[in-house]
Design a protein around this ligand. Sequence first.
Ligand code: ACO
Ligand code: ZN
Length: 293
Amino acid sequence: ELQTLTVSKMRCVHFRGFEIDTWYKSPYPQEYSSRYVLHLCEYCLQYFNSSFKLQRHELKCQYLSHPPGNEIYRDGKLSMFEIDGRKNVIYCQNLCLFAKLFLNSKTLYYDVEPFMFYVLCETVVNYKGELIYHFVGYFSKEKLNGTGYNLSCILTLPIYQRKGYGNFLIDFSYLLSKREFRLGTPEKPLSDLGLLSYRNYWRISVAKALKSILSLDPLPSSVSIDDIANLTGMIHNDVIVGLEQLHGLVFDPITGRYGITINVEIVEEVLAKWERKNYMKVQPDKLVWKPVI
Ligand code: ACO
Ligand code: ZN
């Protein structure tokens, strides 16, 4: 019964001018996964098994200039689109199938309705003088979250990784939480890269919060985990992970409890190192958005 074996041969995706090596298997229909290369439309994320079919599609793609949904943020070259999984089912399914190529854990592909998708694009002006939106990465978020998760899945396209876009997407997810007057945390389990990125983000975000507390006049007599959570939009556990990395927790043998100490030198060092990277930062005043109720 050898014929029933379905083997994915896919090794890379042809995306814009790039051939991107894939990391994991994704449940594309067999006629596509039995080829070494998958050809993807960079705008609608529709997939094709030949470069010729892709070219033919690109002449009539409905999302040629930008993704579906609403542009809720623009700052310089960067734009964010909010896409409702219920209104743009096919686009969101294509996005999830694509993302799975770089995600180890089981993710959803077809049941996209309960989610919102936030797609980060970099704009360029093409040779005709038109504005083109290039897909950089995205995160998804449950619409009704009784769970307190503010992010379900995150991806930066490998050709854009290690440039600060993951940090940007994570920061954006916390900005949405702050606008909802909620504290948030990413859905577990995190991948190795997800954990590295979040630990890095929590450290920087707590350092920023501590610095803003230090600049208050008059200086508050004490700082609590709650204060930092409210400034960052992070749940208490994640604040603690950030504080630990800043040597900000001390055990008090008299009370038998942990206290917060602000190690100014470490905070300044972490922030200076972060500033030196010169990554794009989320500008909260550029977000035009109201929470979904
Ligand atoms: N090795 C070591 N550290 C890393 C690495 C790596 N490969 N990638 C990220 N980090 C750490 C670094 O501290 C980095 O900061 P630095 O580059 O300034 O030193 C920090 O994380 C953030 O880096 P960014 O450039 O902001 O993040 P990036 O754009 O590369 O995106 C992401 C991070 C989204 C996790 C990306 O690696 C990715 O898409 N991975 C595949 C999909 C995935 O695993 N997603 C997370 C699943 S968990 C979930 O979705 C809830
Ligand atoms: Zn298309």
